[in-house]
Design a protein around this ligand. Structure first.
Ligand SMILES: [Fe+2]
Length: 142
């Protein structure tokens, strides 16, 4: 599995959302590192709960940002967030076995969250970023 490391390709061009995505990747990395180093169950669970809470907080912020922008795919995107939260809830509910909990959380972070940032979140480009795409024009006359 790929490490939980922030990469420039995750940037969607909004400083706050990027900072929150970076924090998400860091929190996922903390869970993975604690689990791999055989930390105490209480500490790993604490890290999982921190990640779980932060995902929910971040989704709220991202949804507010989409509304501010008047993002046309808001409802669709919000639904994806709800699906990720539902899956997290299901994992937390059946978290009797710590190894299974960590494994499922790591897999969720990879398959859902990182993938989600790359494909869905990157579509929520702020107006500035959309303009940059036309910068190949040579209209510097003046
Ligand atoms: Fe999102």
């Amino acid at each position: 599995m790929e490490e939980f490391v922030w990469r420039d390709k995750y940037s969607i061009g909004n400083a706050q959302i990027d900072a929150e995505h970076l924090r998400l990747v860091e929190l996922a990395g903390v869970v993975a590192t604690l689990a791999d180093s055989g930390e105490q169950m209480a500490r790993i669970k604490e890290a999982v709960v921190a990640l779980y809470d932060y995902v929910k907080t971040h989704f709220q912020h991202e949804e507010e940002y989409m509304l501010q922008l008047g993002y046309p795919r808001y409802e669709e995107h919000k639904k994806l967030h709800q699906e990720i939260i539902a899956e997290m809830n299901a994992i937390m509910k059946h978290s009797g076995n710590l190894d299974v909990l960590v494994y499922k959380f790591k897999r969720l972070m990879h398959s859902w969250v990182l993938e989600h940032i790359l494909t869905e979140d990157s579509r929520i480009a702020p107006p500035k970023k959309a303009e940059e795409k036309t910068d190949s024009s040579t209209n510097e006359a003046g």
